[in-house]
Design a protein around this ligand. Structure first.
Ligand code: SF4
Length: 504
């Protein structure tokens, strides 16, 4: 099944997710280097893989029949695809029990593909068939009372039979493609099962591989686009400096309405920004015109407002992946007061930190009430804060769950973004970072996105004082920016034109 196609032209599972045009760019411009952000992510991915690989068995345990042979073949990912494939195939033929960093290539649906397989685990019953096991950096399953999944401890892969547990697979398209590719390339060696190891490094969840095959086949058969189209992921894509000029040359409508947001306009024959402007269809045409004129934000209403109070607290929370909230930052207009834990989240430290934050917030509210003053706490896009408020109250006894729910539902908890969205429209969204410059707010550090904050949090956990300072500074700035946006709305969004003023 080996292929003579050059490595660069082999299609990987990652080429099949999100922007399909990226594959064309990758093939045409193989020398464009990865972005620093993606390089910065690599150590974390490597550490996760290393943790799983080091926990795999190297021999049989007592009770497994210690006398029987157990072979584990660890391949070196630094080798070429051709070398790795040859070694993987010979290890398969020899019946190795575990193969790590295996590689298989082949042709599926007329496409030359490569599967990088973290672990190949020989069937525990002794048959010479294999289950591909992929290591993922996200959660691959969640607990369930109704669904069951088979699971094997990673230190028992190829040795123990899987046992059912109450869990449900979380759907990640890329994981499905990786498993289906590996399964198909295994050919006669395929066991028919596949498994995923996620953030819980100690468990491999078995996935029914069959259901991933049809989506893979359909994707492989889909034509690769001839031209780029702007998507959300362009913002973090190394090919953007090549795609942007082309999109501008085409005056492509995705420059204003990325991803599927332009579908209805395209269906109506509006493929360019100019055609959308000329169509004069109200708000979409006004947005296109504003984009053309470099106007970032427009007003939907003549008078903008947001609820105000005598005592106002702006809040911004930082969570570490989906493991827990480690920072609740508050700003009362004068003092920034962070409630932070640099210890592991999910246990007593997070509980104590959340308890301190909640107690402080409720005491501020009670004090305002005792003084006959109105009170409001604000955040920008409350989804994350609401999730962790509820989840923290549920997990920990440090706050009353009912009180938290009542607070979230009250008029004293204000999502500023909801008010912004009702009254403004942006040519590049209405995120806090977009509105910052419009309302005259500057972040001291302007390069901390979600990805970077995860890396900073890891460094902060290990005691890096500058990482801690940066996270706090950034959180403080988000609180202050929320306040600045509120003031801007109260002031009537000065300098922002009305939609009707720019509508063609
Ligand atoms: S910049 Fe955007 S369109 Fe171009 S390859 Fe990357 S994701 Fe695709």
């Amino acid at each position: 099944m080996g292929s003579a196609v050059s490595e660069i032209h082999l299609v990987r599972a990652s080429d099949l997710v999100g922007c399909r045009y990226r594959l064309r760019q990758r093939h045409t411009h193989p020398d464009v280097p990865p972005l620093p952000e993606s390089l910065a992510r690599q150590p974390q991915i490597d550490a996760g893989r290393a943790a799983v690989l080091s926990s795999l068995p190297v021999k049989r345990a007592l009770g497994d029949g210690r006398g029987k042979v157990f072979t584990r073949v660890d391949l070196d990912p630094a080798d070429t695809v051709a070398e790795l494939e040859a070694r993987t195939r010979s290890a398969l033929k020899a019946g190795a029990h575990l193969i790590t960093n295996g590689v298989l290539t082949g042709r599926i649906e007329g496409v030359d593909v490569v599967a990088e397989i973290d672990i190949l685990a020989r069937t525990e019953t002794g048959t010479k068939t294999y289950m591909p096991v992929m290591i993922s950096n996200h959660r691959v399953a969640r607990a369930s009372t109704s669904a069951k999944l088979d699971v094997v401890p990673t230190h028992r892969l190829s040795l123990s039979a899987p046992l059912p547990t109450g869990a449900k697979l979380r759907h990640h398209t890329s994981d499905g493609y990786r498993l289906a590719l590996a399964h198909l390339l295994l050919g006669d060696f395929a066991d028919g099962r596949a498994a995923l190891v996620g953030q819980d490094r100690s468990r491999a969840y078995l996935a029914p591989v069959e259901r991933f095959i049809q989506p893979l086949i359909e994707t492989l058969n889909a034509p690769i686009p001839m031209e780029p189209r702007r998507l959300k992921q362009c913002a973090s894509c190394r090919f953007w400096p090549l795609c942007e000029p082309r999109l501008e040359e085409m005056d492509d409508i995705s420059l204003v309405f990325p991803g599927g947001r332009a579908d209805s306009y395209r269906d109506a024959g509006l493929d360019t920004v100019q055609s959308l402007i000329d169509a004069r269809i109200g708000e979409p045409s006004a947005i296109a015109r504003a984009w053309r004129d470099n106007i970032p934000v427009l007003k939907r209403v003549p008078v903008t407002t947001v609820p105000r109070a005598d005592v106002e607290i702006d809040i911004d929370m930082e969570a570490y992946l989906d493991q827990g909230a480690y920072l609740w930052g508050t700003f009362d207009g004068e003092t920034y007061r962070p409630f932070a834990t640099w210890d592991e989240v999910g246990g007593e430290w997070e509980e104590a930190n959340f308890g301190d934050f909640w107690e402080w917030l409720m005491s501020e509210r009670a004090r305002a009430s005792a003084e006959g003053k109105t009170f409001a706490a604000y955040c920008y896009a409350a989804g994350g804060e609401n999730h962790w408020l509820k989840s923290s109250a549920k997990r920990f006894g440090s706050a009353d769950e009912e009180q938290v729910r009542e607070f979230i539902a009250s008029d004293e908890w204000v999502d500023v973004f909801a008010h912004v969205r009702r009254q403004l429209v942006g040519t590049d969204g209405l995120g806090l970072k977009v509105l910052g410059p419009v309302v005259g707010f500057e972040w001291e550090d302007d390069d901390v996105d979600g990805e970077r904050s995860v890396a900073l949090r890891r460094a902060a956990r290990l005691g890096d004082a500058s990482a801690r300072e940066m996270l706090l500074r950034y959180n403080e700035d988000d609180c202050r920016a929320t306040r600045a946006v509120r003031q801007f709305l109260t002031d009537g969004a000065p300098g922002v034109p009305l939609i009707s003023d720019v509508a063609p």
